[in-house]
Write a protein that binds this ligand. Structure first.
Ligand SMILES: [Zn+2]
Length: 225
């Protein structure tokens, strides 16, 4: 997908790339990252967060990324649109991982089926060919998990981020404790590929988006974002 500069549009129009109103669009200035570890973002159809949502924006950053909206797919290969081995892909775990158990204060851990870190983290991490992120509220993400049985074959990764989400107070419960989809992807792919520049590029876009969001709120406080 190519990213065109945001065209001059009427306020009611929506950017075809990020699906946001022009006041919130930050597509202009995004340079594609050449990621080796693949990214698959599955968004629940009822995900409504058009203002602060980051799923499409995240996928727009990467050459090797697929964004899909839906409830279920018969296999990872069908969801991705190309052949893939679910055992080599990792889904971001929704359960409560215990960061205290993460080896060496790592920010990412591969977990076993019971939610405990597996013994050989480095080799488990190096086997990961792609990351699956479930986008939506916590319960929507849970639904996606249960509707896609093939995810049981995938590895599970959990995050213990050292810094809190840039969302800060902008986003309310039930997700205030969690990183955005963009931040999760940035942390995972940059650590797996040892490319700190990937995360920096994503966070820069995210900060621009949050800045625009705050400006738009000030300009039209009554309008729902
Ligand atoms: Zn846009």
């Amino acid at each position: 997908m190519t990213i065109a500069a945001a065209p001059e549009t009427a306020a009611a129009e929506i950017c075809p790339h990020c699906n946001k109103a022009p006041a919130l669009c930050v597509c202009e200035g995004i340079a594609k990252l050449d990621n080796r570890v693949g990214l698959l973002i599955l968004q629940h159809p009822q995900e409504q967060d058009k203002g602060l949502g980051t799923a499409r924006l995240t996928a727009l950053h990467f050459n090797n990324a697929v964004f899909k909206i839906g409830l279920s797919w018969p296999s990872l290969t069908k969801a991705l649109g190309r052949q893939a081995d679910p055992k080599a892909w990792a889904v971001l775990y929704l359960g409560s991982a215990k960061p205290a158990d993460f080896p060496d204060r790592a920010e990412i851990a591969v977990l076993d089926k019971s939610g405990a870190p597996v013994p050989h983290q480095n080799s488990a991490l190096s086997e990961i060919e792609g990351i699956i992120l479930l986008d939506g509220t916590w319960s929507q993400a849970k639904t996606l998990w249960w509707r896609n049985a093939w995810m049981l074959k995938c590895k599970r990764v959990a995050l213990a981020p050292r810094r809190p989400s840039l969302y800060g107070k902008l986003r309310k419960e039930p997700r205030k404790e969690a990183l955005s989809t963009l931040e999760s992807a940035g942390l995972l792919i940059s650590r797996l590929e040892r490319r700190a520049d990937f995360e920096a590029a994503l966070l820069k876009t995210f900060a621009r988006m949050l800045g625009k969001y705050t400006e738009a709120k000030k300009a039209a406080p009554a309008r729902p974002a």
